[in-house]
Design a protein around this ligand. Structure first.
Ligand code: UFG
Length: 324
């Protein structure tokens, strides 16, 4: 079976993908510095605790493991934090990725799946957003990913590095077949915060209800983490078959407003969500919805979690287990 190195495999999307790879028989090794991820997510895996910027150590791991491909998740993900400390994002996300590219070139590994983000589009001119929409990030986080995407184009041309870039929309939910789930600290994402509000009765703040949408709250494309993990497996298989470099949106193509998500949480939990309405959060575009036809038609990806209720159900199971 193919040998895959997963960077950031202790994090939310990385751990879900690593576990799915292993269940499907891929020989899966994880690299993570555990600065944001969790040691319990890598239990039972060959694991190296390492910051990607340690190029020499990373090169040695890549050489010794004779990997067929790398799936690169390791990154900071908080848009707000990236505005407070842009240097951190450029150093960790862009710098870490560039170090990985050098290590891969030295070790002669030329297949990479890269975690990018819908944040590369900034505030899109229209939705659904196709992959060839204007790239115009409005946060250092988004820019830190754009810089890597650009480098990958040059690495393809001059180094023969084949890559699949997946631009994630709003990853959420938890794997029903493993103990994994969303555990960011601090948590900034909507669904876990709504579930926490239900569990603690502490109100959550809706960031603005004066957006130009039907109910005034922001619209996002919520993609279940398990469906996202499947997209990575299809992406790596594409590269292992000798496929060309590609860029795909990873979203379902269906948008839900914050208030619709609240109603879904109330439906699943059977309890009301305590909330208050606050001001807008800086940098939040009114609507981010993917055109996901390219991923579906070219790689045969088909999301299984197409209803918000089904997504929230898995997140609720995880959150209530954690609260016990
Ligand atoms: N929201 C609230 N209150 C909260 C938290 C979120 O109203 O306490 C709203 C946000 O304003 C937004 C929506 O819920 O409208 C979703 O917010 P999240 O923070 O869960 O997710 P974002 O859409 O801001 O960002 C996520 C990832 C980014 C990625 C983006 C792509 O965190 O890395 O999706 O769509 F770029």
């Amino acid at each position: 079976m193919p040998r895959i190195l997963v960077t950031g495999g202790a994090g939310y999307i990385g751990s879900h993908t690593a576990h799915l790879l292993r269940r499907r028989g891929y020989e899966t090794t994880i690299v993570d510095d555990l600065s944001r991820g969790h040691a319990h997510n890598v239990e039972g895996f060959p694991f190296h605790r390492l910051n990607l910027r340690d190029t020499a150590a990373l090169t040695a791991i890549l050489r010794e493991g004779s990997f067929d491909a790398v799936i690169h998740f390791a990154a900071f993900i908080a848009v707000g934090e990236s505005a407070q400390a842009p240097e951190l994002y450029f150093l960790n996300n862009t710098g870490g990725s560039f170090s990985l590219l050098e290590a891969m070139a030295t070790a002669g590994i030329n297949r990479l799946v890269f975690s990018s983000t819908a944040a590369v589009y900034g505030t899109p001119e229209s939705t659904p957003i196709p992959e060839d929409a204007r790239i115009a990030p409005v946060s250092p986080y988004g820019e830190s990913k754009v810089m890597v995407e650009r480098a990958l184009e040059w690495m393809d041309r001059y180094r023969g590095l084949r890559s699949v870039v997946l631009r994630y929309f709003n990853a959420c939910g938890a794997d029903p077949e493993s103990p994994l789930g969303e555990e960011h600290d601090p948590e900034t994402h909507l669904i876990p915060l709504l579930l926490r509000a239900v569990l603690t009765s502490e109100p959550v703040t809706i960031f603005g209800e004066d957006y130009p949408t039907d109910d005034g709250t922001c619209i996002r494309d919520y993609i279940h983490v398990r469906d996202l993990a499947e997209a990575h497996i299809l992406a790596v298989d594409h590269l292992l078959r000798g496929g060309a470099s590609k860029v795909y949106n990873a979203g379902v193509g269906q948008g839900y407003s914050v208030k619709e998500v609240i109603r879904a949480v109330e439906g699943v939990t059977g309890r009301s969500v305590p909330f208050r309405v606050g001001p807008r959060r800086e940098g939040d575009p009114p609507a981010l919805v993917a055109s996901s036809t390219r991923l579906q038609t070219e790689l045969g990806w088909k999301p299984k979690y197409t209803s918000l209720a089904a997504i929230v159900e898995t997140a609720w199971r995880f959150a209530s287990r954690q609260a016990r």
